[in-house]
Design a protein around this ligand. Structure first.
Ligand SMILES: C[S@@+](CC[C@H](N)C(=O)[O-])C[C@H]1O[C@@H](n2cnc3c(N)ncnc32)[C@H](O)[C@@H]1O
Length: 272
């Protein structure tokens, strides 16, 4: 028994080490791609007002201009192959993300701050900040948190956006740390996007951390065959958080075998 436990520990440690090496190498590769942030900002800000809330226009914009992650293609539609490993590398389904971003621009006009737990390379974080800025001139503060070091995308975005009056804080570390709890308690983000630890207890801990402060709490991977824990947690939260309305963005691609990703929003409703 002791030998099996030791072996399990050794395998876990080796996996964590390999993951760290992969992330380090990717970090280096991303250093040459920081200008993708400048290009995205220019193109996003140039979208006319009548098109920014148009679902099919924005879905095309996500695919062609924002660019998609290429770390795990098993859940990705093959028809989007030319767009993986491009732009801001966002880990999203364009069908879901475009509708979610439009929803935010329409409904989060009174939200002045944003927190993303598990921001990875930073693509989703940057797009969300730009959308929130566009919807609300008082959007002034955002926290990006991840175990991995601050990435070139987030570094570049922080440089650019400072002169536009948006303050960005990067928290490197676990969302379960006391330092992170202190930061969240101090800054009380209006919107929280939970996309870090995908175990049931991990995502629930993150939810509990923000629920007192965040008017809008967003969960990722709420309808995913690959993420049983977060899918299950979302089902529970919809029942347990019964003073909040819920909205889901879970459109799927026919070319993919199974259901994946999914964005769920829990919205404080003071009338209930
Ligand atoms: C699926 S990725 C996030 C993708 C990103 N939100 C996007 O849309 O592109 C999950 C991230 O969560 C981070 N993570 C996992 N557990 C965490 C924790 N306890 N605290 C902070 N970050 C965590 C991982 O390092 C990883 O980068």
């Amino acid at each position: 028994m002791g030998v099996i436990l030791l072996l399990e520990k050794a395998i876990k440690a080796e996996r964590a080490f390999m993951e760290m090496l992969r992330n380090k190498n990717r970090g280096r590769q991303f250093a040459n791609l920081a200008s993708n942030v400048d290009i995205f900002i220019e193109e996003f800000r140039a979208i006319p007002d009548d098109l920014i809330l148009d679902e099919s226009y924005m879905e095309k914009f996500v695919i062609e201009k924002i660019g998609l992650n290429n770390e795990d293609l098993s859940q990705q539609p093959s028809e989007l192959t030319p767009y993986y490993g491009k732009g801001l590398y966002i880990w999203q389904y364009p069908k879901q993300f475009a509708k979610y971003i439009i929803w935010l621009m329409k409904n989060a006009k009174n939200c002045n701050s944003y927190l993303e737990i598990g921001c990875r390379w930073g693509g989703t974080f940057i797009v969300t900040c730009e959308a929130l800025r566009r919807a609300n001139p008082n959007f002034k503060y955002a926290i990006a948190a991840d175990i991995i070091a601050k990435t070139p995308f987030i570094k570049r975005y922080s440089e650019i956006i400072k002169k536009d009056g948006l303050e960005i804080v990067y928290f490197q570390g676990s969302s379960t740390s006391t330092d992170f709890a202190d930061l969240v308690g101090k800054k009380k983000p209006d919107i929280a996007f939970v996309d870090g630890d995908h175990t049931c207890i991990g995502a629930l801990q993150d939810h509990m951390l923000v629920r007192e402060y965040s008017k809008i709490i967003v969960h990722h991977d709420i309808s995913s065959d690959a993420c049983f824990h977060t899918t299950f947690l979302w089902k529970c939260l919809k029942i347990l958080e019964n003073t909040r309305d819920s909205i889901e963005f879970t459109d799927q691609y026919q070319s993919v075998n199974g259901r994946f990703l999914g964005i769920g929003v829990l919205l404080a409703n003071i009338n209930k």
